[in-house]
Design a binder for this molecule. Structure first.
Ligand SMILES: Cc1cc2nc3c(=O)[nH]c(=O)nc-3n(C[C@H](O)[C@H](O)[C@H](O)COP(=O)(O)OP(=O)(O)OC[C@H]3O[C@@H](n4cnc5c(N)ncnc54)[C@H](O)[C@@H]3O)c2cc1C
Length: 492
């Protein structure tokens, strides 16, 4: 419905930090005057943001502010309870309309519903849009009308529902800012304190990422030109640049998933990518896993804290602080695990195959509760995502929906040899064993003495011996699993 002229709109940016394909922003931009805000939300029910994502957010906000100013608008940053601030700011600027793009966590939905009600009580319209997903969780249902629990039929149902919608172009111009008084909770970007100072651990992040719309777009185009060819197979190889690394941008919303879909399809049709139709289909199905994770989060809001399959509530977890710390620091003595954990610490990212290996190692070799790993990833990943992170941890643990069976225990040695055959991924992150020949690099403890000496390694001193033996750990994990009750039911 067109807006009556003269209406002032308030657009609330959350995880949609872009101008392109932003339906809520586009709607607000049709008004006579518009103010955009971002809120560092302090509502107690929200999960505090992790450190690495905070770094990414700072830069994404800075770029977004620049883009808005180039178009004659601006974004005001506030800190406080959104439940209080949004209605107050809307009233202070005399807004007739407030817009935002929807989010799917339970606490977020409750806050948004409360704000909508408060705005309605003040006679202000609130409109929300889908800016984050291809298919929203409420659109897709099982034949019985409930949530879906298995990925393949879920993705088939999505694809059968309707084609992916075309992305919207960015607004060509933005309406002028309304006159606004001192706003409650107003702060500067620096006041948010999102950048690390003492110590500054963000060097590797700066080298790896360019937050913001331009960086996201570049990442997509590079992937289509260089990475997509062979993706269906090579996406499992952490030593090759074969995945898109778009996940932090998707989490922050500085690119939309609809735009990624459209540009990829067009590149395939125009022959502008060396990737095959099969590679594209595989890439799309990974985006489908993201959709599935959001579907699960929406229907099982406690995904990050409660086993989806209750039988795992009886799992005999070990609380081994020393082992947890060795895992976090990349000092387990298993090179593929340690390289992954160090990649995470240095760059705020880890390759998907390696995420599966390190998660399996924590849960099954060390018998440490998957929630410990989920928390560590939440704090250290730039792409930390309230849906993908817990859904993936529960997938590896075997406690999730459509999860890998618990008894599938990754062997960190053969996984390393298969997916990092020359050891180049390990060499990039564990310089202390970089001089080992490829056939020893995933099993340094088996290297003969002279080989270790030539490589400058003193096992147990310069690089640890394995903190557990793979065979013993495997037996222990299977025993622990056998102790669980047989019924495999799911959470309702
Ligand atoms: C233990 C564990 C924890 C994880 N935590 C997160 C997380 O916090 N945030 C996150 O975005 N992903 C998470 N993943 C999923 C996956 O590892 C990353 O999305 C992927 O590695 C990102 O790299 P990419 O962008 O190069 O992926 P690509 O292979 O290029 O895939 C494209 C996009 O598809 C989505 N995607 C790919 N694989 C998955 C998957 N298995 N589940 C859901 N979405 C997927 C991502 O948005 C990704 O950017 C986790 C996986 C595991 C095993």
């Amino acid at each position: 419905m067109p807006l009556p002229s003269g209406v002032t709109a308030l657009h609330w940016f959350r995880n949609d930090l872009r101008l392109d394909d932003n339906p809520a922003l586009k709607r607000a931009s049709e008004s006579g005057a518009m103010l955009a805000i971002f809120i560092d939300e302090t509502d107690g029910t929200l999960r505090p943001r992790g450190g690495a994502q905070g770094w990414f957010l700072h830069h994404a906000l800075a770029r977004l502010g620049e883009s808005l100013r180039e178009k004659g608008s601006d974004m005001i940053i506030l800190r406080g309870e959104s439940r209080v601030l949004v209605p107050r700011v809307a009233a202070a600027i005399g807004a007739g309309l407030v817009t935002w793009n929807r989010r799917y966590g339970a606490a977020e939905r409750e806050i948004d519903a409360g704000i909508k009600a408060d705005l309605k009580a003040q006679d202000i319209s609130a409109e929300s849009y889908n800016g984050h997903l291809l298919y929203e969780p409420m659109e897709i249902r099982s034949q019985a009308g409930g949530p879906m629990r298995v990925f393949t039929p879920f993705w088939r149902a999505c694809r059968a529902k309707r084609p992916v919608e075309a992305p919207l172009s960015p607004p060509e111009t933005l309406p002028p800012l309304p006159a606004f008084p001192d706003l409650p909770g107003r702060v500067t970007l620096d006041d948010l304190g999102l950048l690390p100072t003492k110590p500054d651990w963000a060097g590797g992040l700066r080298e790896t990422w360019e937050p913001g719309e331009a960086g996201a777009r570049k990442r997509l185009l590079t992937f289509l030109t260089d990475g997509l060819k062979g993706y269906a197979e090579d996406r499992n190889r952490p030593d090759l640049p074969s995945t898109s690394m778009l996940s932090p941008h998707l989490a922050m919303g500085d690119i939309s998933v609809r735009r990624i879909w459209q540009v990829t399809e067009q590149a395939l049709q125009a022959g502008e990518t060396r990737g095959s139709a099969n590679d594209v289909e595989k890439f799309f199905s990974e985006l489908g896993w993201r959709e599935f994770a959001h579907h699960l989060l929406y229907h099982y809001p406690t995904l990050a804290s409660v086993n989806y399959q209750p039988k795992f509530n009886a799992f005999p977890w070990d609380t081994n602080a020393k082992a947890l710390s060795a895992w976090q620091k990349g000092l387990t003595g298993y090179p593929i695990v340690d390289a992954g954990m160090r990649q995470l610490w240095q760059t705020g990212f880890m390759h998907n195959r390696v995420r599966m290996i390190v998660a399996s190692f924590l849960i099954k070799h060390l018998l440490i509760d998957w929630r410990e790993g989920e928390k560590w990833f939440w704090d250290t990943l730039c792409d930390a995502d309230p849906a993908n992170n817990p859904a993936s941890w529960q997938w590896v643990a075997g406690s999730g929906a459509d999860a890998a069976p618990y008894f599938r225990i990754f062997n960190p040695i053969t996984q390393g040899e298969k997916f990092d055959p020359d050891g180049n991924f390990v060499r990039a992150y564990i310089p202390e064993i970089a001089k080992l020949p490829a056939k020893m690099i995933h099993r340094p403890w088996e290297a003969p003495g002279p080989v270790l000496i030539r490589a400058g390694i003193r096992l147990g001193e310069t690089y640890p011996r394995p903190i557990v033996s793979h065979e013993d750990a495997r037996e222990r994990a299977l025993e622990a699993f056998k102790s669980l009750p047989a019924a495999a039911s799911h959470a309702e």
